[in-house]
Design a binder for this molecule. Structure first.
Ligand code: PLP
Length: 247
């Protein structure tokens, strides 16, 4: 069977253009409903499991922010697109042995969730002679001290990690990220979950006023994220189609 992503280029381009237009409409409507300016929200297209050819088409269509969650897939894709002016966001759980590779292409790591990772990112950034943007991933389904199932630090661990990022050479504290929890008190309550993230962000900005990125919302819940005040939405399926495999 022909997969959607195997369509010839012009057909795939048209499909991506149509999907992007629909997502753009949704973001614009959500901004309008929330009394926010459209330019307060940046669309990040999550290209995981899709080929570099799709990234090139998205770039032609005006996309400048892309995200990936697995270094094995992302590293060759980013290399194949190195000639494009794209900002790469890493949004997956990150093992410290992958840090060096991820720092080869990622402008922002959105999944910073433990001290050991801060240390590894800092060492890697210094070695590479560069600065990397960091978002603390907040697990709204984690109990105090515990990490969420899909990564992230519990809300009461955010301040300590943020201070560590701020104090680390080569790292820039950009803000917070979350994935709406599937379990716990916020399961099925995206608006409340994102509202809580914005509260945590307000607290963070007292000490770190420049850390104003709030990355929340995906294909299914971007409206709730925009309503709550997210500055970045991460959209995969609604732009690229249902993923051909888990990712
Ligand atoms: C895959 C992924 C997304 C995009 O999800 P969709 O439902 O396909 O829009 C967003 N954020 C993270 C962390 C992801 O892994």
């Amino acid at each position: 069977m022909t997969e959607r992503h195997d369509l010839p280029d012009p057909a795939r381009r048209a499909e991506l253009a149509e999907n992007l237009a629909k997502v753009e409409e949704r973001i614009a409507a959500a901004c309008a409903a929330a009394g926010r300016a459209r330019d307060e929200v940046t669309l990040i297209v999550v290209t995981k499991t899709y080929p570099a050819s799709d990234v090139r088409l998205l770039h032609e269509l005006g996309v400048r922010n892309v995200a990936e969650n697995r270094d094995q897939d992302a590293a060759p894709k980013a290399a194949a697109c190195a000639d494009l002016d794209l900002r790469w966001h890493f949004v997956g759980q990150l093992q410290t042995n992958k840090v060096r590779s991820v720092l080869g292409y990622a402008d922002v790591v959105q999944s910073v969730d433990r001290m050991k990772l801060v240390t590894a990112l800092s060492a890697g950034a210094v070695r590479a002679g560069r600065e990397v943007g960091c978002l603390i991933q907040v697990a709204l389904d984690a109990d105090a001290g515990a990490r969420g199932e899909r990564g992230g630090v519990a809300p009461d661990g955010v301040a300590e990690l943020a201070a560590a990022v701020e104090a680390s050479q080569g790292l820039r504290l950009d803000g917070l990220m979350t994935v709406a929890p599937l379990a716990g008190a916020y399961a099925g309550r995206q608006r409340a979950a994102f509202g809580r993230l914005l509260e945590i962000s307000s607290g963070l900005r007292v000490r770190h006023p420049a850390a104003n990125m709030v990355s929340a919302g995906m294909s299914a819940d971007l409206e709730e994220a925009v309503a709550a005040g997210a500055t970045h939405v991460r959209v995969g399926t609604a732009v690229l189609g249902v993923r051909p495999r888990l990712g």
